[in-house]
Design a protein around this ligand. Structure first.
Ligand SMILES: [Zn+2]
Length: 258
């Protein structure tokens, strides 16, 4: 059966870096995927205005998603201004109601920067609110409430570590070696970021950094390349292992269990 999957993270390129391989595997298995960035990455340039870089990054993110036949949308928040407040939650609920996901993947509750952490709590709470009929989004053409809370999973934090540099354990790991070329192809569509970092760091390390992180996570699972995930355990979110089942033998379960 085809599952509707929503991968929603803070900035254009976060989903590609942290879950691009997993998205490629799910897309190849025929599932329908929407990738949403909360912002269009409007602070991701030292030369262009916010609007100019945002326009470029929306196109790049659309192009990256298209590599696996996924749809891309931007929630049109702005960099460093994502907060878990009333209007923001209603906006995220409207996105959930329009995309009707069975399965949602979002950022880690603990991560290196504020937008990532705010996105995590916003999406978590929006999943809870999306089926509530009396929770209106004030949208002119508001979509219908979801029939139920979707399955919710957290991606790893960037680099797989918390703010103290300690490893954040995943519930399970997805072996992405077979789709690593596709993951790289997706991330390489974010040309503006690669160029920006090249200028900032003096070396072309955008793709290399992603590869190092993917190898580091792989090492934890005894794999060459991996991406890690945790299922949100809060009551009353669904607790069946939907993502693990969809990925089948690409999943390596750790001692912590899934
Ligand atoms: Zn980010």
């Amino acid at each position: 059966m085809k599952t509707r999957i929503l991968a929603i993270h803070a900035h254009p390129d976060d989903v590609e870096i942290l879950a691009g391989g997993t998205m490629a595997l799910l897309a190849a298995a025929g599932h329908s995927i929407t990738i949403v960035s909360m912002t269009p990455g409007d602070c991701g340039s030292a030369e262009l205005s916010g609007d100019e870089i945002a326009a470029i990054r929306r196109m790049e993110a659309g192009s990256a998603a298209a590599r696996i036949g996924a749809e891309y949308r931007c929630a049109e928040f702005r960099d460093l201004t994502i907060f878990n407040d009333d209007p923001s939650r209603r906006r995220v609920v409207e996105i959930l109601r329009r995309t009707k996901p069975n399965l949602v993947l979002t950022s880690s509750p603990i991560d290196y920067m504020c937008d990532h952490e705010a996105t995590s709590s916003l999406v978590r709470d929006a999943c809870f609110a999306a089926p509530a009929r009396n929770y209106t989004t004030r949208d002119v053409q508001a979509a219908a409430p979801l029939p139920a809370i979707p399955h919710l999973y957290f991606m790893d934090p960037v680099g797989g570590v918390d703010r103290e540099g300690r490893p954040v354990p995943s519930d399970f790991y997805v072996d992405v070696e077979s789709v690593f070329a596709k993951k790289t192809e997706m991330l390489s569509r974010h040309t503006s970021q690669r160029e920006w970092l090249k200028k900032q760091h003096g070396i072309d390390d955008y793709l290399a950094t992603m590869e190092r992180w993917t190898r580091d996570i792989g090492e934890r699972a005894g794999l060459k390349m991996a991406e890690g995930f945790r299922r949100y355990k809060g009551h009353p979110y669904p607790q069946s292992a939907l993502l693990e089942e969809l990925l089948g033998n690409h999943v390596a379960v750790t001692a912590r269990g899934a």
